[in-house]
Design a protein around this ligand. Structure first.
Ligand code: SF4
Ligand code: FES
Length: 248
């Protein structure tokens, strides 16, 4: 198949960027989206041009590195999948694709499609951990946890920190990301000692990084490759209110 790519090229956060058109010719529909970018980059390199910078690591939906906006949708058209899990058979021969980095003040562009997501790392450092001594892996039945709580923690722990929720939100809010971390740890006994300090510190860190406020658009959940539920935001709000009111 043949595609026309409009790719955002930008040398750095202080340099203005622009879309540049590249043809992707004779592409196998079973290629992944990132493999297609590899092919385009091989062509650019052979012509002595600078390849398109894009982030990636695992290429199997685990690491959260690869996010780009494809035709206005974070991670593209697949739904419940990361950019590296998008395949070209999801497009039609002759399609034009606009490929952009995440757009958020807290995620400055490093180069082309690569953004700096270290703001998420600093939010995690503020509270996304437990101080309980966990030691080596315990026997599965040593600490009984109700199935409902274990499922809730596991679902929230699926967040891979990709940032698509921020990119999709009209306010560039990071609330779904923070809510996933808070819900994961608040659902488990190990997360109880710091539960209310955690939520307060993580929300403060989120605000200090310049993310916007949540106004319940729900775009975050629609864009999330791990389908993290906005129910987690309700959990975050409940715990934050208790922490702020000094009732916990
Ligand atoms: S909540 Fe979803 S979209 Fe947001 S960082 Fe986590 S996995 Fe990515
Ligand atoms: S490269 Fe790891 S999630 Fe896509």
């Amino acid at each position: 198949m043949n595609l026309t790519l409009h790719v955002w090229r930008q040398k750095g956060s202080r340099t203005p960027g622009r879309f540049v058109i590249y043809p992707a010719v004779g592409i196998d529909p079973d290629m992944s989206f990132l493999e297609m970018l590899d092919v385009v980059n091989e062509g650019l390199t052979k012509e002595g041009e600078e390849p398109i910078a894009f982030d990636h690591d695992c290429r199997e939906g685990i690491c959260g590195m690869c996010g780009v906006v494809i035709n206005g949708r974070p991670h593209g058209p697949a739904g419940g999948a990361t950019t590296c899990q998008v395949h070209l058979r999801q497009f039609r021969d002759g399609d034009e694709l606009w490929i952009e980095p995440w757009r958020a003040r807290a995620f400055p562009v490093v180069k082309d499609l690569v953004v700096d997501r270290s703001a998420f790392d600093r939010i995690i450092q503020a509270g996304g951990f437990v101080t309980a001594r966990t030691g080596s892996a315990p026997d599965g039945n040593a600490l009984p946890i109700p199935k409902r709580d274990a499922d809730r923690a596991m679902d929230a722990a699926a967040c891979i920190g990709c940032g698509a929720c921020v990119a999709a939100c009209p306010n560039a809010a990071a609330v779904l990301f923070v809510a996933a971390k808070v819900t994961h740890l608040a659902s488990l006994p190990q997360g109880q000692p710091e539960r209310y300090d955690r939520v307060r510190r993580m929300v403060e860190a989120m605000e200090a990084e310049g993310f916007g406020a949540c106004t319940n658009h729900g775009e975050c959940m629609a864009a999330c490759p791990k389908e993290i539920s906005i129910d987690c935001i309700a959990q975050l709000n409940r715990d934050f209110i208790k922490a702020a009111a000094g009732r916990a």
